[in-house]
Design a protein around this ligand. Structure first.
Ligand code: HEC
Ligand code: HEC
Length: 374
């Protein structure tokens, strides 16, 4: 049925006919292996554990990302997976999405800033890409509304991949197997920018993570937890963390919030998207799922480890007119920063709990892995 699912697809480049192409194809051929492996059977990318479904629907919004809740096309996600790992998306074929979004780190990196093309560093910390199909907006400052538009931005960005999408279309058009992948996804072998965007977005929507130690323990009252993890769980829900990193399933919120980090002038967050002074300093209330896998922390990677993060919430929250009411003594926006009064033991326990949110399945799953030989 699906002819692209060969155990090994060999790539053919039509060197001769492409002399006018701006790129030196010989260099490209040397830089990138022209083969990839895909499993023999079509992978089901749409699986969501049934017990999280009600929560998920509660988080469904009427926005550009909404339809994604209902289905993910396996063929589009398969194409998206290949694109996600393909360095040909960058100008000099050295950078793929996966350069800054590594599976072993829940699709983030462990660097404060990530190296894009020519070793240039991103101005912000790379973000984990799990459960984005229920995210309402994208990037730390939440400036982007639609995943399909978001995914093309790193390709064109001069410090990330620095390549015109039309150039990518030309380049992939020379690779036979991409025609087959497009045919399978869209009933048409023609490579298009829209098709690339939709496939990448489909793969991202397929990246779901609901199989952590926390999830495994939830049905029977966390009998799998150590004493420290269990104390940490209670502390998490009694110290306001869950009020922003909300919901039993997501540990995130679709509302950007000001969590009291000291910010340099110009580091304005959501204000960039709205121009409203009330949004200065608000950032995406990111998921804490897999948080143990993605140090350093915050949009600028200022904290090296989770102990530093918890100590910040315990005693380091800064006053600001937009400081979220849930982090103030008076429970008023812009109020006095709360001091949680956690002991060293409490801090250790809270950190132990945060580590239970790591999903080894996500990190090891073949269906999200790099299809290129490496
Ligand atoms: C050079 C490193 C780099 C590369 C390459 C890169 N990213 Fe990112 N990505 C980042 C950084 C840094 C952020 C946060 C940027 C910001 O908020 O301004 C980010 C954010 C994102 C987000 C937003 C996540 C959220 O929770 O809102 C998505 C989605 C994403 N990247 C997908 C991709 C895709 C798809 C590609 C390949 C086409 C890609 N990235 C390539 C570094 C990179
Ligand atoms: C008022 C809402 C709010 C509350 C309450 C809150 N957070 Fe956060 N949290 C945020 C926001 C917003 C960010 C991202 C801030 C940034 O990077 O600028 C964040 C970031 C984090 C991060 C780093 C995420 C990453 O990927 O780098 C961790 C870990 C974290 N919070 C843990 C906690 C814990 C533990 C608590 C309870 C002690 C807590 N948070 C309470 C809003 C909140």
């Amino acid at each position: 049925m699906v002819h692209y699912i060969a155990a090994l697809l060999s790539m053919l480049l039509l060197f001769a006919s492409c002399q006018e192409n701006a790129k030196d194809l010989q260099t490209i051929a040397e830089a990138v292996p022209y083969e990839w492996t895909l499993p023999e059977e079509i992978i089901d990318y749409s699986i969501i554990p049934p017990d999280v479904m009600p929560q998920l629907f509660a988080n469904t919004f009427f926005n550009g990302n909404m339809l994604s809740t209902y289905s993910v096309s396996n063929e589009k996600a398969t194409l998206g997976r290949v694109l996600f790992y393909d360095k040909r998306l960058s100008r000099d074929n050295t950078v793929s999405c996966a350069s800054c979004h590594l599976q072993e780190h829940a699709f983030a990196t462990q660097d404060q800033f990530s190296a894009g093309i020519d070793g240039q560093l991103t101005p912000k910390n790379s973000m984990s890409l799990v459960n984005l199909r229920w995210s309402r907006r994208f990037f730390w400052d939440q400036r982007e509304l639609r995943l399909e538009e978001q995914v093309l931005q790193p390709i064109a960005h001069p410090e990330e991949m620095d390549q015109d999408v039309s150039e990518v279309v030309l380049e992939l058009g020379q690779i036979e197997a991409y025609g087959s992948l497009f045919e399978a996804a869209y009933d048409d072998p023609t490579i298009t920018a829209e098709g690339i965007a939709e496939a990448l977005a489909s793969f991202l929507r397929a990246l779901v993570s609901f199989d952590s130690k926390y999830d495994q323990g939830r049905p029977d009252g966390f009998s799998n937890f150590t004493e420290s993890e269990e104390r940490g769980r209670v502390l998490f829900f009694n110290n306001r963390c869950n009020q922003c990193h909300t919901s039993e399933s997501f540990f995130a919120s679709n509302e950007p919030t000001h969590n009291g980090l000291a910010l340099a002038p110009g580091d304005d967050g959501f204000f960039i998207a709205t121009g409203n002074a009330k949004d200065i300093g608000k950032f995406k209330t990111v998921t804490l799922r897999n948080i143990g896998l993605t140090p350093p922390y915050m949009h600028d990677g200022r904290f090296e480890n989770l102990h530093e993060v918890v100590r910040f919430y315990n005693e380091g929250i800064q006053a600001h007119p937009n400081l979220d009411d849930r982090l103030t003594e008076e429970l008023e926006i812009g109020g006095t920063p709360v001091r949680l009064g956690l002991s060293d033991q409490d801090i250790d326990d809270l950190v132990a709990f945060l580590h239970t949110l790591s999903d080894e399945g996500l990190v090891q799953s073949e269906k999200y892995a790099n299809p290129f030989p490496h």
